[in-house]
Design a protein around this ligand. Structure first.
Ligand code: PEP
Length: 252
């Protein structure tokens, strides 16, 4: 059975005091969180070392990015090995903001995925079309390309370790959410791609998250879809009052 996952991406928000207060607040609310959901938060990387030393029974940590190289003269970067060192299990790869503002390509993201798997970390691979691709009906082609180019060199044992996150760019931070039907349709499409390449059993074992203006008001109807295994949450992850209800979006 694949995991239900809700991951909060804090992006470049919150000073140290605010971040610590939110993390501790989430830990205090762990008993309120659906125990069938793997909860993950991705704070700014500067806080990972401290957070990794604070005991949490429920919340796993993720980095928002890492470098594709093992080590060396890459000023400002962090490596997958450093995450391994801190026991930070997850790392976002290819968030649309990294693709758009830092020019990250599918070819580069492939290397980041490899570096993470090498360090036994779990990539959360983000992909999704921009609005013009959806408007021209090109969204399935774009998603197919993003998935195949960055991931389909992996073997079955490797692909099963990747968490997928479909994030239509037009829905990120805009307040416009994909409808449950649009989310399900794309998730099913991705699972079919996985099944064609790796077989049905492997495809069924992989979690595919939805991201894009997911909040308490719409989490339940999104997560109710058979191929939506949780969410990658931006804005609603910055407050306990909005994040915990999203985590509990699987509860009927
Ligand atoms: C995101 O950035 O991954 C995201 C889903 O943001 P938001 O929930 O704010 O749309």
């Amino acid at each position: 059975m694949r995991k239900n996952i809700v991951a909060g991406n804090w992006k470049m928000n919150m000073n140290h005091q605010e971040a610590l207060a939110l993390y501790n607040g989430l830990i205090s609310n762990e008993s309120e969180m659906d125990e069938n959901v793997q909860v993950i938060i991705a704070p700014p990387s500067i806080y990972l070392s401290e957070f990794s030393q604070i005991k949490s029974n429920r919340i796993a940590l993720a980095a928002q990015n890492c470098n594709e190289n093992e080590k060396g003269a890459y000023t400002g970067e962090i490596s997958a090995g450093m995450l391994e060192n801190l026991e930070v299990q997850y790392c976002l790869v290819g968030h649309s903001e990294r693709r758009a503002y830092y020019g990250e390509t599918n070819e580069l993201l492939k290397k980041k995925v490899d570096a993470l798997l090498q360090s036994e970390r779990t990539p959360i691979y983000c992909f999704g079309e921009v609005l013009s691709d959806r408007e021209t009906g090109n969204h399935f082609n774009i998603v197919k390309e993003q998935v195949i180019k960055a991931l389909f060199h992996l073997n079955e044992q490797q692909i099963i370790k990747v968490v997928f996150a479909y994030e239509p760019v037009w829905a990120i931070g805009t307040g416009v959410t994909a409808s449950p039907e649009q989310a399900q349709e794309m998730h099913e499409f991705v699972r079919e791609l996985l099944a064609e390449k790796y077989g049905q059993t492997t495809a069924e074992a992989i979690s595919i998250l939805y991201g894009g203006s997911c909040k308490p008001a719409n989490a339940k109807e999104l997560f109710a879809n058979p191929d939506v295994d949780g969410g990658l949450i931006g804005g609603a992850a910055l407050k306990i009052e909005t994040f915990v209800p999203v985590v509990n979006g699987f509860i009927k």
